[in-house]
Design a protein around this ligand. Structure first.
Ligand SMILES: [Zn+2]
Length: 106
């Protein structure tokens, strides 16, 4: 999955009230899965390996969890401490959330 944003403002707008629910708009239930997600925000790129996603069992629509969104958001601002870096890979936020291990590995 790839998500592209013109800048961090667009990202903030999209996710300011983001609370994925268990039931999809098509009426089916969603279940947890693991996928790879890439977020492009301006000239920065954040790849998330083993990203927890909600997949609808009916229509197959995928959504990332809101914990991933807050992780992406804080990672975006971490770039300020890594001037010159444009991309970063995050590993398994489901299991290492709040842990610095896996952040800014190249
Ligand atoms: Zn659905």
């Amino acid at each position: 999955m790839r998500f592209t944003f013109h800048d961090i403002k667009e990202f903030e707008r999209k996710y300011s009230n983001y609370y994925p629910v268990d039931r999809c708009s098509c009426g089916s239930l969603k279940e947890m899965d693991i996928s790879q997600a890439v977020f492009e925000i301006g000239d920065k790129q954040i790849s998330v390996y083993e990203c927890p996603v909600l997949v609808c069992k009916g229509c197959g629509k995928k959504q990332v969890g809101h914990r991933v969104i807050s992780l992406i958001y804080s990672t975006y601002w971490d770039f300020e401490n890594h001037l010159g870096d444009k991309s970063c890979n995050l590993n398994s936020p489901l299991f290492t959330l709040g842990d610095e291990v896996g952040r800014f590995l190249f």
